[in-house]
Design a binder for this molecule. Structure first.
Ligand SMILES: Cc1cc2nc3c(=O)[nH]c(=O)nc-3n(C[C@H](O)[C@H](O)[C@H](O)COP(=O)(O)O)c2cc1C
Length: 352
């Protein structure tokens, strides 16, 4: 087994183990992916990645973080995604959409304006999450039970649109301090109803959303979930790898096929904890303990490093973010370095 061994998730067959990691581009208007997204995602498909994942894509307007994020809550957005999906398919790559709600991390300005809070007067909105716990200087409002039910529907409706747009798979973004994470981490969730308190209660929103999404997507379609495997906070409230393993086991029973093991989202992670492959052990532990397929992400930057993760059975997919920005042809370059076969688009054959 190596970086270019195909892999099957339900009926989805990937030609290799290299994934374009979701990366917000802050380049949309009205949540509609445009030319930038076509080129950003399309280039990495041309570059040989087996699976392209879109950036986090909001299931409703309030799910955006900034007004420049993408969404899939209306038909115009759905049609724009279809165009990108079709191009990626023409490159013999597969594409998944990362569905997302920012919760208490919403209503922010563009990164060029340092992502400061966007006030209601400036076109922003009142952010809501599990509890009124401060996140990045803002205190969100608490979601009511009926709003939580409504949110589950939004995810299911977005999944239906994603299928209509032709996506091959769906990933729920349940990490990085966004809405699902705001529920399962006790750092933020202080609720006393059935959505807060115990472990089972804190994961309930994610588990019930998985159930709703699984109901509307084909049996043959794999469902992926990105989690923050740890909060990197060693207090009673901090989410731990053991919690993640327990969560993954439950998600597996609900029809989740694959977990991306990322980390953090509520605090800055100290530099000494971030090094090449720093999150790989999370993917390995979840894989070994639950039997789920997992993806490793975080500072994976070379063909050799990526191949060792796969051939050493430490994870099933390698999910590459920033190195893909530096080199859209990471997959083709990796195959050449490892002396393994991969297709090269005929238009570019004279160059490789
Ligand atoms: C510009 C940028 C935007 C990102 N946006 C997202 C996102 O939309 N969804 C997500 O799950 N992670 C996002 N991430 C995190 C990456 O997917 C990845 O987990 C992280 O960058 C670590 O991987 P790397 O070391 O290969 O860059 C983003 C990272 C970057 C650099």
């Amino acid at each position: 087994m190596n970086l270019f061994s195909p892999i099957q998730l339900r009926s989805l067959e990937l030609k290799n183990r290299i994934v374009l990691s979701p990366m917000q581009q802050y380049s949309a208007q009205n949540g509609i992916p445009g030319n930038w997204h076509l080129v950003h995602l399309g280039s990495r498909a041309v570059g040989g990645a087996g699976l392209i994942l879109t950036e986090c894509t909001a299931v409703s307007e309030e799910g955006l973080a900034t007004l420049s994020d993408v969404g899939i809550w209306n038909e115009e957005q759905q049609n724009a995604w279809k165009n990108i999906v079709d191009f990626v398919h023409e490159q013999n790559a597969k594409i998944g959409i990362q569905l997302w709600h920012s919760g208490g991390k919403g209503s922010l300005k563009h990164p060029n304006e340092r992502m400061k809070p966007l006030t209601v007067e400036e076109g922003g909105w009142i952010v809501k999450c599990s509890s009124p716990t401060e996140i990045n200087g803002v205190i969100p409002q608490e979601l009511s039970i009926s709003e939580i039910q409504e949110l589950k529907n939004k995810f299911a409706q977005a999944a239906v649109r994603a299928i209509k747009a032709g996506f091959d798979t769906i990933e729920l973004h349940a990490g990085h301090g966004y809405l699902f994470h705001q529920f399962y981490s006790a750092l933020i969730n202080k609720r006393t109803d059935e959505y807060g308190g115990s472990f089972e209660n804190r994961i309930r929103f994610l588990v019930e959303t998985v159930q709703e999404v699984r109901k509307v997507i084909p049996e043959t379609m794999p469902l992926l979930v990105r989690i923050s495997a740890v909060d990197y906070v060693e207090t009673e409230e901090g989410w731990t790898l053991d919690n993640s393993i327990r969560l993954a086991e439950i998600l597996k029973n609900e029809g989740v096929d694959f977990i991306t093991a990322s980390g953090g989202g509520f605090t800055n992670v100290s530099k000494d904890r971030v090094f090449p492959g720093y999150q790989v052990p999370f993917a390995t532990a979840i894989k070994e303990k639950t039997g789920l397929l997992t993806g490793a992400v975080g500072m994976i930057t070379s063909a050799k490093q990526a191949d060792e993760i796969i051939s050493g059975n430490k994870a099933d997919l390698v999910i590459i973010a920033r190195e893909h920005l530096r080199d859209p042809y990471f997959a083709i370059h990796s195959a050449i370095q490892l002396e393994l076969d991969t297709e090269i688009p005929w238009q570019y054959r004279r160059a490789f």
